[in-house]
Design a protein around this ligand. Structure first.
Ligand SMILES: [Fe+2]
Length: 287
């Protein structure tokens, strides 16, 4: 195993191109050509070459060979495939500043209100069928006083990474707004979709009654998307004869409102250990 010393010096291409969704109330953004090829290759190189396959039920994907003997307990993560955490500090602050600036411009969420961040590689084989739960429209987190934001960066050559955005639009128009609120708050819509799709499937075959796909973001290698995680969305996945692996980076950010973010800031400021020891790495190579 090798240590990669550091990020390339030039990570921003300075010729990025931004496209916003046409949807009036939803701010969904796609950015192309933001990063240099060196940086995208560095991110690919950082990804592990071998990834342990999780034993959790409904790990998100199923390949042909696994077809027999699987029970269908739908109690899993929504993450399709395997994931590997990335320590954010291994990536130049220029990258984080770029992302935080774009979020501030697009969603009006100042970086001072950031209270949580998780960054990971999402990894799975393209020639698969997918767990119904991974294909259902969902929100990442929907809670009062916080706003979740998701960023996806495609690192796969010759593969388009697709994210679909949905709105609840019951076919039976007699259902009033109150009923709509109840069904979404109680998540009972999930049970209904699972009953309609009890087997592993894909985004073209899945039956999604009452849901209207109003937007789809398509990312080629090196392109990224930014959107609020409380918009209903799902990865758009279908079996691909390409037998390679899909690799992308997902970043989940949580922004607090005034109160939540000031409580979080105070906690950090009180922690003098962190303040004084931030330059210590924990190991030192003997040369
Ligand atoms: Fe999501």
């Amino acid at each position: 195993m090798k240590f990669l010393r550091k990020c390339p010096s030039y990570i921003l291409s300075n010729k990025s191109n931004k496209v916003l969704s046409n949807h009036t109330h939803k701010k969904i953004c796609k950015i192309s050509n933001a990063f240099t090829d060196d940086f995208i290759n560095f991110l690919k190189e950082m990804a592990p070459t071998k990834v342990p396959v999780s034993l959790r039920q409904g790990k998100g994907y199923m390949q042909e060979l696994e077809n027999e003997g699987l029970s269908h307990h739908f109690q899993s993560f929504l993450v399709p495939g395997e994931y590997v955490s990335i320590e954010p500090a291994t990536i130049s602050s220029e990258f984080h500043n770029f992302i935080l600036d774009e979020i501030e411009n697009l969603l009006d969420l100042p970086r001072e209100h950031l209270v949580g961040l998780r960054m990971q590689y999402n990894i799975f084989p393209l020639n698969s069928q997918y767990h119904t739960l991974t294909l259902i429209p969902h929100t990442d987190v929907a809670r009062k006083n916080i706003t979740p934001v998701a960023v996806n960066l495609n690192l796969t050559s010759n593969h388009t990474l697709r994210t679909a955005f949905y709105e609840y639009d019951p076919i039976n128009r007699r259902k009033d707004l109150e009923a709509k609120k109840m069904i979404l708050e109680g998540d009972s819509y999930i049970d209904k979709i699972i009953r309609m799709n009890p087997e592993y499937t894909d985004s073209e075959k899945i039956l999604l009654e009452d849901w209207n796909k109003y937007e789809e973001i398509c990312l080629e290698k090196g392109e990224l998307s930014i959107y609020q995680g409380d918009y209903y969305h799902a990865p758009f996945l279908k079996p691909d004869s390409n037998s390679s692996i899909r690799l992308s980076i997902a970043i989940f950010l949580i922004y607090g409102d005034e109160i939540v973010s000031s409580v979080s800031r105070n906690k950090i400021e009180r922690n003098l250990m962190m303040k004084n020891m931030k330059h210590i790495r924990g190991y030192k190579l003997i040369s």
